[in-house]
Design a protein around this ligand. Structure first.
Ligand code: UT7
Length: 330
């Protein structure tokens, strides 16, 4: 059975830097609170009107260039986002159109902070099954579009941010590539991090009453999400490594979803990893949801932090709850 190897990575973030001090002018918060509770020093938010597809296209072109693969060689596109441009169709169709004239399948994945791992699991299954040879996986968000940048929404507004990351996967008969992926859901916790409306369960789908009741903004039981994240992520890392006949002792580099620096530090401690074995960049980008892992991976690859033979592990946890991990031999 072929494996899916990561041939190239790329990312793109908006130019506009939003500092903690800037947010403190919009809501009751402070640089000290945000840094000490989340580790975030600044994040990127797009200028209003900027398309997320453009960020995804730039990240994809960089990943394709790094892979030495032409966009017309792609057999499928898997696009993880929870902040699509439109209610329908999904972002994948716009990216397909921006990259190639070939009518390749383009599938949107909605799995929140675990979106990239879920997207990777679909691409990996396609490649292992022999259905497709070359697959582009993208994680992209424009979270600034739906944040409530006032004191009422400060718990989420200071965390979430915009960006895109991409990887090009190709079937290989070599021993490198994705060794195992593990994905989970526990819908009992669906209300712990959600945007309730607009939605098809409501008539009308969008209403002034919903707007007044703040149902278009995210609500998050932050402490509950935190508590589950620090338990599920290490558990999933261990399970996924075990599926590949490996253990934490074999791991070279962990790239955790960037939700909160304290979550990453707790996961690191629980797994007994050294500082140089865990990569974090939430300090400069905030939480870009499905884009955090491919952005971080691209930074590591370009900085030479990932070498041939290294064992790289991704892990993520978020709304749903949905979580998972992937083990990759570089
Ligand atoms: O991406 C995956 C999904 N998300 C996560 O993984 C997030 C997980 N949770 C967290 O990261 C943390 O729970 C937060 C960073 C969201 C909050 O940190 P916390 O230490 O759990 O604070 P808290 O929610 O218990 O709130 C403590 C206080 C509250 O005030 P009172 O009730 O003690 O008076 C909040 O109202 O901090 C207040 N607060 C803020 N203060 C200043 C909440 N947000 C802010 C803010 N600035 N931005």
């Amino acid at each position: 059975m072929p494996r899916a190897a990561i041939l190239g990575t790329g990312h793109s973030v908006p130019e506009r830097v939003v500092t903690n001090d800037e947010l403190a002018q919009l809501m009751q918060t402070s640089d000290e609170w945000i840094r000490s509770r989340t580790g975030i020093q600044e994040r990127r938010w797009v200028e209003p009107g900027t398309s997320g597809i453009d960020l995804a296209r730039q990240a994809s072109v960089r990943a394709l260039d790094a892979a030495g693969v032409d966009a017309d060689e792609l057999d499928a596109i898997i696009y993880a986002t929870i902040s699509p441009e439109h209610y329908l169709p999904g972002n994948g169709v716009y990216l397909q159109h921006a990259l190639t004239t070939r009518p390749v399948p383009a599938l949107d994945i909605r799995a929140q902070c675990a979106g990239f791992i879920y997207a990777l699991s679909v691409a990996d299954a396609y490649i292992r099954a022999g259905l497709y040879r070359t697959v582009l996986v993208v994680g992209q968000e424009i979270q600034s579009a739906w944040l409530d940048a006032t004191t009422e929404g400060r718990d989420t507004a200071v965390i979430f941010a915009d960006g895109a990351g991409a990887v090009v996967l190709r079937a290989t008969e070599e021993s490198r590539g994705i060794l195992a992926i593990d994905v989970h859901t526990d819908g009992a916790h669906a209300d712990k991090l959600m945007i309730e409306a607009p939605g098809a369960r409501y008539r009308p789908k969008e209403s002034a009453a919903h707007l007044a009741a703040r149902r278009f903004f995210p609500v998050m039981a932050g402490r509950e999400v935190f508590r589950h994240a620090v338990a599920r992520m290490p558990e999933s890392v261990r399970e996924t490594l075990a599926k590949s006949g490996l253990s934490v002792a074999d791991l070279t580099l962990l790239i955790p979803h960037q939700a909160n620096l304290r979550i990453s530090q707790a996961v690191q401690k629980e797994l007994g990893l050294r500082d140089d074995q865990v990569y974090n960049n939430i300090m400069t980008y905030g939480n870009t949801t499905s884009a955090t892992i491919p952005i971080a991976l691209d930074e590591c690859v370009r900085a030479g932090r990932v070498c041939s033979g290294d064992l790289v592990v991704f892990t993520a946890f978020g709304s749903g709850f949905m979580w998972g991990s992937a083990v990759v031999r570089w």
